[in-house]
Every structure is written in structure tokens, then in C-alpha cells.
Design a protein around this ligand. Structure first.
Ligand SMILES: [Zn+2]
Ligand SMILES: [Zn+2]
Length: 134
């Protein structure tokens, strides 16, 4: 099986699912279409897609990193550490900040899926007394 066809199926899968998936989840979906595929093939294909900028890879505070297809511009997330709610923000909200950092530090940012952890509005009630886990 050609590596590029695995990549193509991963892209189709990620665009259909429209979600953040772990490599394990991607593998399980792909296996239904390609029963002969093995996990390391899927993992390597995902890595190539990340390297080529087609797919983002992020640690969203769950045990495994998640992959997402990068389509129609960049987006980022605010993740609540208490209820795990994920908010999505547009790239325009961080564009100026990224721009400043790049100028000041002569640094070219390649982060294409920024994850900021915090506490959402609902969970801010009683934050001081209730800081279990993480
Ligand atoms: Zn995302
Ligand atoms: Zn919350």
C-alpha cells in the first residue's frame, strides 16, 4: 500500500470527523477502510502530515496528543482544566500577539494550534477552595 494513500484517507477522515482525534482513534477509524493497515503506518503518516503543515498536533491536557486537520485558516483553543470544556478562538485574536513576539524576539512562530489552559466562567465559582486534580 502506498504511503500517500494512507495520508489521503487520514485527511478524508479528519475532515469528516471535524474533531481532535488521538492517533489511536485515527487508526481505529482507518482500519475500517484499510483492514491491513498497522498503527505505526498511521502514526508515520500523521507525522508527515504534521510536518507538512496540513494537520496540527496538540496536547490538550488529555493523556494523548490530538490531531486535527488545518482547514479554512487557523484556530486556537482555551481549555478549562476543571470541566474540560474546549472553547475555540479565531487566529485574529492572537495575531497581534504573535506578531509582537516575532518582531521582538526575531522568532518565527510555527505554532498553528495554540492551547491555553485555564478555568472557564462556570468553573470560576469557588475556584479558591476547590483545586483538586491537575
Ligand atoms: Zn482545534
Ligand atoms: Zn470549566
Amino acid at each position: 500500500m502506498r504511503a500517500s494513500s494512507v495520508e489521503q484517507i487520514i485527511i478524508e477522515t479528519l475532515s469528516k470527523e471535524h474533531a481532535h482525534l488521538t492517533s489511536q482513534q485515527v487508526f481505529e477509524i482507518i482500519r475500517k477502510r484499510l483492514p491491513a493497515v498497522n498503527q505505526s503506518t498511521v502514526y508515520r503518516a500523521l507525522t508527515r502530515l504534521v510536518d507538512s503543515g496540513k494537520v496540527s498536533v496538540s496536547d490538550m491536557g488529555t493523556k494523548a496528543v490530538v490531531y486535527e486537520l488545518l482547514t479554512d485558516g487557523l484556530h486556537h483553543h482555551l481549555v478549562c482544566q476543571k470541566c474540560r470544556q474546549i472553547m475555540t478562538i479565531g487566529h485574529e485574536e492572537v495575531e497581534d500577539f504573535f506578531g509582537d513576539l516575532q518582531l521582538k524576539n526575531h522568532f518565527q512562530i510555527v505554532t498553528n494550534h495554540l492551547i491555553l489552559f485555564g478555568i472557564c466562567e462556570n468553573c470560576q465559582v469557588g475556584t479558591n477552595t476547590n483545586t483538586e486534580e491537575m
